[in-house]
Design a protein. Structure first.
Length: 299
């Protein structure tokens, strides 16, 4: 008989992170700061674990992943919470085509769901007009790149879809749930002259970024009702539970269910803000009970 699994994430202590994931979202880690928690990860840089200490990747059968996962050479998605106490670097991720040819990796298309945001907090996302490669490079050298970017002041409940090649940055004061391709490949373009924990400047990847960044004016992408983001790698929906809500996980795909607000039960298991569960493909019908907001990821 199939069962659902409570997930125990791998946490990351990047220099720009805060402590909200520990103090407000229940993450258990000795790492300080707690910048990210990788909720659903088959990636070698941070494997999600189960209550018994084993990784999710080694504990589930291929059939539990679903039919739609079979078209990928490896597990296609990675979900994480991000707590930005300080600004993240301005960065870009390459396409699959470029990454496979040059990095022995897949690229990275992603989406952000804004879980919470301090007053005035926001994100940089794409160019505010079409630019040339020369303009892009000159702005980097003159430390005025953000002048060319869209700045969106954000609030809880919003979502943003970010195709590979789109230049972007999360601003301080944002707590975000990110669903992305299963890749840890990032090209930093600008990092506020920041140093790492050893006092050394963090590495930039300007030459590579110049090759992969989409220089067109950015146009936001929206999806149908209830759908936060959709690509060949993931379909993400928001579920508002007020009492009882019926869910169904078919043979086509597993589901990752993450609670971003409220408390309740999921298939008889207690769930509250910050908790994530893996529901195997073919699990069938089950219920969410309570008052909460859930993010559902499927392939």
């Amino acid at each position: 008989m199939k069962r659902i699994y409570r997930l125990f994430p791998e946490c990351k202590d990047y220099v720009w992170g805060g402590e909200k994931l520990k103090t407000e979202y229940g993450k258990q880690t000795d790492k300080t700061p707690c910048a990210e928690s990788w909720e659903l990860s088959f990636h070698k840089d941070g494997l999600t674990k189960l209550a018994n200490g084993k990784t999710l990747a080694e504990s589930v059968a291929v059939a539990d992943l679903g039919e739609n996962v079979k078209k990928f050479p490896f597990f296609p998605v990675l979900n994480k919470f991000i707590d930005a106490k300080e600004n993240l670097s301005v960065q870009v991720h390459p396409s699959d085509d470029y990454a496979l040819r040059n990095e022995n990796s897949f690229g990275k298309t992603e989406m952000w769901y804004i879980v919470s945001a301090e007053r005035g907090a926001g994100i940089y996302l794409g160019f505010n007009r079409e630019v040339t490669k020369t303009e892009f490079e000159k702005a980097i050298k003159e430390n005025r790149l953000t002048e060319l970017l869209n700045f969106y002041e954000v609030k809880a409940g919003e979502s943003y879809f970010i195709p590979s090649g789109t230049i972007h940055a999360i601003g301080k004061g944002c707590l975000i749930y990110e669903i992305q391709q299963n890749s840890n490949l990032t090209y930093r373009v600008y990092d506020y002259a920041r140093t790492d924990k050893n006092g050394k400047p963090r590495e930039l990847h300007i030459e590579k970024a110049l090759k992969v960044t989409n220089l067109n004016k950015f146009t936001p992408v929206s999806f149908g009702a209830g759908v936060l983001g959709q690509s060949e790698y993931f379909t993400v929906k928001k579920i508002n539970v007020a009492g009882r809500y019926a869910l169904n996980t078919a043979q086509s795909s597993f589901a990752c269910i993450t609670c971003v607000k409220g408390t309740g039960e999921l298939a008889g298991e207690k769930i509250s803000r910050g908790d994530s569960f893996f529901v195997p493909a073919g699990y069938g019908e089950y219920e969410a009970i309570g008052e909460m907001e859930l993010i559902e990821t499927k392939i």
